[in-house]
Design a protein around this ligand. Structure first.
Ligand SMILES: Cc1cc2nc3c(=O)[nH]c(=O)nc-3n(C[C@H](O)[C@H](O)[C@H](O)COP(=O)(O)OP(=O)(O)OC[C@H]3O[C@@H](n4cnc5c(N)ncnc54)[C@H](O)[C@@H]3O)c2cc1C
Length: 486
């Protein structure tokens, strides 16, 4: 079969459109260069970055001196400003890591010392202050570590925001482009990257940011020095029934097995309870009632009466844990200008801006790009009806009635907002794409009322047949044949 050779020689090619690849793309766009990001799915943010706890960890937990500690602390400091620039939901709600007995107290005091070494503001608090901060906690909750710089963020909007801003500043994106082979031309030093749809790309530098597959992608060109051991985390998601149910992110005191179950608000004031921590096959998003019941048992140590009548769905994410306990962020010694950014487990989301900036600087130091004089760190604001006052809203509807046509009743999302999200750079192409960007279909009815309307708008705006619109990737078309009248 013949190859579709891309005539360009790219300065940089990034494989993987998760939060890490998209952040690297965004920070690379500060320089004058010709770069492209390849993603195997029909959208960015489809794997690890799309199903996690969404916590911008403060950084008290990672072992001092590790890359995890360095990038977590820096990423936490950068995140608020980054979210302002990209117009991404972010709330600095603080975290409480809860202890129940004297052993936990010792662990928490050790963590305070670790926080000091990492340069993180965290302090030990006793029961009275703890219950003043979170009155809903069980009586048995006795101690806590308070980390006031911990925050929550929308991982979908952050990833899309990074990529949209990268594209606004000149970076290219190729979706549905699964990399299956890489070769380095020893004479020219250029990398030839081949995709499943028979495209060939040539590039001077190459970044591997493929999450769960980062060891496999490295093995296309050299022996990886780590192996990914995926671990699944299941969650229970509650509706936004009460903005004050829980204000902080509540962690259990950590054990050797990990950070344990947490209860936390999300930026849309839903609540998550979870995750579990199970060995799994590669990328597994299934949930099961046994594990969910175990999660409920553990969470009941924190709060007795979590209103599970408010549950709207369960979900799972898979951790890309490497068998060495740290991030892998380095240029290959065997293959110059091949950068591995793999094994980015938690706190990878919190670390993402710092990793993006660091990796793009590594590449810049090698290839000496000029500054991009037109670089604009600010993304065009995402118009959200929920943020408007009544008068502003009425004015908007007068100008454009599509903003008065509510499509998703649960999350109050209008046709105007959906149209806008389709026509931006890195715009939505699928039902899930709309859901990730605007929350249409995220609410109590889980899309029962709005999915057919969203389907029609996507087909109309993208100018394609309605039976070509997918839930997610090709093969997940909603309609097999055009329905009556379409
Ligand atoms: C249960 C759970 C809870 C977590 N909680 C937190 C938290 O609260 N805070 C925090 O900071 N971190 C958390 N994390 C970690 C965080 O989610 C990850 O560190 C981060 O999302 C990793 O991003 P990534 O871009 O490396 O991976 P991904 O998001 O998986 O992106 C990799 C991309 O590469 C693409 N790809 C793979 N192979 C190919 C190929 N051959 N060709 C083209 N594209 C390819 C994939 O489709 C994918 O889109 C959690 C993770 C899990 C699973």
């Amino acid at each position: 079969m013949s190859l579709n050779k891309n005539k360009n020689i790219f300065d940089c090619l990034i494989i993987g459109g998760g939060v890490i690849g998209c952040s690297i793309a965004r920070y690379l766009s500060r320089f004058k260069l010709n770069a492209i990001l390849l993603e195997k799915h029909s959208d960015v943010c489809e794997e690890v970055s799309s199903a996690n706890s969404a916590i911008v960890h403060s950084g008290y937990d990672p072992k001092p001196g590790t890359l995890k500690a360095k990038f977590n602390v820096l990423g936490n400091k950068m995140m608020e400003q980054v979210c302002k620039e990209l117009d991404v939901p972010y709330i600095k709600n603080g975290s409480l890591t809860i202890g129940f007995n004297e052993d936990d107290k010792l662990t928490l005091l050790d963590l305070v010392e670790r926080a000091k070494k990492n340069g993180v503001d965290a302090r030990f608090i006793e029961k009275e202050e703890l219950h003043e901060l979170e009155p809903i906690l069980n009586e048995e909750c006795k101690y806590a570590l308070l980390a006031k710089d911990s925050a929550i963020v929308s991982p979908f909007e952050l990833t899309v925001g990074f990529m949209e801003n990268a594209m606004d500043n000149g970076i290219n994106l190729a979706l549905n482009s699964e990399v299956i082979n890489i070769k380095r031309d020893e004479e020219t030093g250029l990398y030839h990257v081949y995709t499943k749809n028979n495209d060939e790309y040539i590039t001077k530098s190459l970044v591997n940011a493929t999450g769960l597959y980062s060891d496999k992608i490295t093995s296309l060109i050299e022996k990886p020095k780590y192996e990914i051991i995926p671990r699944k985390g299941e969650y229970i998601l509650l509706d936004h029934f009460n903005q004050n149910f829980v204000k902080h992110t509540l962690f259990m005191c950590p054990t050797k097995v990990g950070k344990g179950v947490l209860v936390s608000p999300t930026t849309s004031f839903n609540y998550i309870v979870g995750p579990s921590n199970e060995l799994t096959s590669i990328y597994d998003t299934s949930t099961d009632s046994f594990t969910l019941n175990e999660i409920k048992k553990v969470a009941s140590k924190l709060i007795k009466n979590i209103p599970y009548g408010e549950v709207i769905r369960t979900f799972a994410g898979t951790r890309p844990n490497p068998d060495i306990d740290d991030f892998i962020i380095e240029e290959s010694k065997e293959n110059p200008l091949f950068f591995n950014v793999g094994g980015i487990m938690s706190p990878g989301l919190a670390s993402s801006p710092a990793i993006g900036e660091y990796v793009s600087n590594l590449i810049q130091a090698k290839l000496n790009f000029e500054q991009n004089k037109n670089y604009n760190p600010e993304r065009r604001k995402v118009l959200k009806l929920s943020s408007l006052g009544k008068e502003q809203y009425n004015e908007l509807i007068k100008k454009n009635p599509a903003y008065g046509h509510i499509i998703c009743r649960c999350e109050k999302v209008s046709e105007g907002e959906i149209i806008d999200s389709i026509h931006r750079n890195c715009g939505a192409r699928t039902i899930k794409g709309i859901k990730k960007r605007l929350r249409a279909g995220f609410g109590k009815c889980q899309g029962c009322f709005c999915q057919d309307e969203v389907l029609k708008i996507l087909a109309r705006e993208l100018n394609v047949n309605i039976n070509q619109i997918c839930y997610k990737d090709e093969g997940s078309e909603i309609l097999k044949y055009p329905s009556k009248g379409e």
